[in-house]
Ligand binder design. Sequence first.
Ligand SMILES: *[C@@H]1O[C@H](CO)[C@@H](O)[C@H](O)[C@H]1NC(C)=O
Ligand SMILES: *[C@@H]1O[C@H](CO)[C@@H](O)[C@H](O)[C@H]1NC(C)=O
Ligand SMILES: *[C@@H]1O[C@H](CO)[C@@H](O)[C@H](O)[C@H]1NC(C)=O
Length: 391
Amino acid sequence: MATSPKKHALVFGATGLIGWGVVNELLSSYPHPGVFSMVTAVANRSITASGAHWPERSPEIPELQVVTGINLLQRTSEDLATKLKDCINDVGSITHVFYTVFVAINEDSIKEAETNCDMMRRVAEAVNSLCQNLESFGYGIYIPNGIFTAPLEESMADKLSSDYAKTVAYPGYRRVLTEASKNRSWKWSEICPDAVVGFSPIGSNFSLALHWAQYLSLYAYNHGVREPADYGKVQVAFPGSEGGYNALFTPVSTRSLGRISIHAALNSDSCGGRILNAIDHGSPTQFRGLWPKITEWFGLQGVGPAEECQLKPSEYIDKYRSPFEDNGRSKAVSAGVGVGNRQLDSVGWWLEFDPQLSPDKLRASGFEEESNPIQGWLKAFEKFRAAGIVF
Ligand SMILES: *[C@@H]1O[C@H](CO)[C@@H](O)[C@H](O)[C@H]1NC(C)=O
Ligand SMILES: *[C@@H]1O[C@H](CO)[C@@H](O)[C@H](O)[C@H]1NC(C)=O
Ligand SMILES: *[C@@H]1O[C@H](CO)[C@@H](O)[C@H](O)[C@H]1NC(C)=O
């Protein structure tokens, strides 16, 4: 395998929840300064390096190129290759691809799976024609809910029924990449998270941290919690059921997820052709422990599920969003709108089935880092506030 001395990472979906975290860890010089010399962040939306809130440019960190306006739905693989060649400096030096794009088509899961596989095929063909030094192609996915009993082992992903398999993209992803990597020097790896916790500069329809940050920020504001003297006096109930409050799950911060993706990419001998579960900590956690700390950050006192009916977070945000508009948080307003919010509302209920992921393969691959899951929430909240998305 031809290994180039300095590595060049190409990240698709760089403004999304997972892609942003991968770029952020690469620019934080994970795993060591000097491993990557260049990071190319590709997005469909227009964004600037400063608007993305990544680490500031400095001689110690990899150089960043931001390439926007790449709509993977529209192009053939030849068009895409031409476009990437025109827009990316030194495209031939790309060694590692991180693919985090996902298009949700809510009403048609078969079409959703096909659309997402087609996009990945175009990308794989384009990088095959452009990048002769490619070493790995990694992608992150969302785990489908409610099929297996905990703890989930990566091998269960191979045992999906064929009817079900047509409705999720990732069995197709593996076929596409196994085919595209035949006779090539690179390997694919799949990174499989449970709940992903982190920041994204444009908001995300899949971000529970953003959804709850908006909810709790408005809730605190509307209940007069504005200064430290007001902190801890207003209670807010967990938006879910008793079962959801107590269920075991294994969240992952985008920091851990980014690092695990990079670890897998750099160790394709042990991680290539494999699925790795991504988690913050080997032992599962519960909202019972997290909720009081999550709400405390907003000056609120988090308590268990309410007895009586109350507004779901998205209903609350819809009804009371005007303080954001009145106080120049226009980004907050747009970030919160979307079909995904209804789905995020249900998290406190659907977690009842204990979908925790097994850490065994990840540890066996040599990734030993553990972090406290609350850190991912608090880091994301700080970023949302600094970016002017919440109070
Ligand atoms: C890219 O953006 C265009 C214009 O906003 C949108 O129509 C298209 O669905 C986006 N593509 C993807 C892959 O999300
Ligand atoms: C694989 O590589 C061999 C040797 O370079 C070549 O003869 C063969 O045609 C290649 N197969 C494919 C499917 O590209
Ligand atoms: C969320 O979904 C809505 C509707 O499906 C879409 O218009 C919006 O662009 C999405 N937002 C993000 C940040 O992806």
